[in-house]
Write a new protein. Structure first.
Length: 111
């Protein structure tokens, strides 16, 4: 089962200790084979809207956005509970903040 763990803007500013702990955590997940991808996201982005056959493209940043996804980790684990436990470990390292854990479906899930 694949899950996307995301973090929203804000939270505790990183320091050297947090970077070191996060590096160990990422290395552990990579060695265990559960980490598929991780990265930060450019806050500027481009927003695409499709309505009534009309497509609108708007360049960011989007100051009106209430929740800005700033980073992600794509993991492959046995259960949602395991994904939540990894997310809890992440937040113990990072400190304050918010994020989501969402299951990722792909072509193999369409049956």
């Amino acid at each position: 089962m694949r899950f996307l763990m995301t973090t929203n803007g804000g939270g505790t500013p990183p320091d050297e200790t947090m970077f070191a702990e996060m590096g160990k955590f990422i290395e552990e997940m990579a060695k265990a084979g559960v980490l598929l991808a991780t990265g930060g996201l450019d806050p500027k982005g481009t927003h695409i809207t499709s309505s009534g056959g009309k497509i609108t493209v708007t360049d960011g940043p989007f100051t009106e956005a209430k929740e800005l996804i700033v980073s992600f980790a794509l993991i492959d684990v046995r259960s949602k509970e395991e994904a939540i436990e990894l997310s809890k470990r992440f937040w113990k390292i990072v400190g304050d903040g918010e994020g989501d854990v969402r299951q990722v479906f792909g072509p193999e899930d369409l049956g």
